[in-house]
Ligand binder design. Sequence first.
Ligand code: C5P
Length: 316
Amino acid sequence: MRSYTLIAPAKINLHLEIIGDRPDGYHELVMILQSIDLADEIHLEASDNQAISVRCPHPEVPIDNSNIAYKAAELMAAEFPNAFARYGGVNITINKRIPVAAGLAGGSTNAAAVLVGIDLLWKLGLTQSELEELGAQLGSDVPFCVAGGTAIATGRGEQLSALPSLDNIYIVLGKYRSLAVSTPWAYKTYRQQFGDSYLKDTDSLSARAAAIHSGPIVKAILNKDATQIAQKLHNDLERVVLPAHPQVLQLRETFASAGVLGTMMSGSGPSVFAICDSQQQAEKVKLQVRETLADDDLELFVARMTSHGVQVASSM
Ligand code: C5P
């Protein structure tokens, strides 16, 4: 049976700004998304029947059709019924390294890998933008996860504008294993508390979305200046997640006092990352934070910003 092994990187948000409501119930966002080399490995194997299956030893990852990777395979089968009939179903194995429900797009990147892998298994020859359009039907972060790198994301998060990629910038990432934040909860709470300040008319929304292109963080990214990037990090969702989860605030403060260039929660959290000026500093900060907080529930990773999204590691 033909098979592909794909690398599916996580993302962090260098910028997350909530600017308004959308008629579809989602939020209008202005974000800067960045791939990191902390990645899951997805193995896709053609099956000899018309079934889709998901295997994943991680206890918090569902293996039924509620898994977004499963949904990605279902979507491909529905969109390309002839290829599905010809090549059969697919067995998906997920080797999970990205923390779950952490604001790191762990599920979205698995879905992106399934789209990319099935395109190859079924010899569909889809373009990157066709894959991104399919991804947008699965989740707001899936289109970004296909190509990855560094990008401005607007609309629901699915409208992408690539920036020159950043690499060789190291981060330390922390996540309490037992702590999970629901993304719908974070956005709903934000709307309840800060909805009054949302921009209402389309012109103001477009102007705000356009402003990011000439904003200070984009300038810092164009200069590949880690210090400046770290000083301009922004995430509106910290306003609701940090007060609700003092542990996350404490983690953020511990990073800040370890002398990093800058620190911020990623997405809807609860993971927190800190930008460091070298790999050595990142390793040192990781040890220091481990010692200060001394909590076995806290997972810490050193990761590097990377210029790519889903990649094929091997095929048979
Ligand atoms: O698109 P995705 O399924 O990843 O979004 C998860 C949840 O996050 C949505 O159900 C919604 O509550 C919230 N969300 C939002 N506005 C966005 C993206 C996500 O309100 N632009």
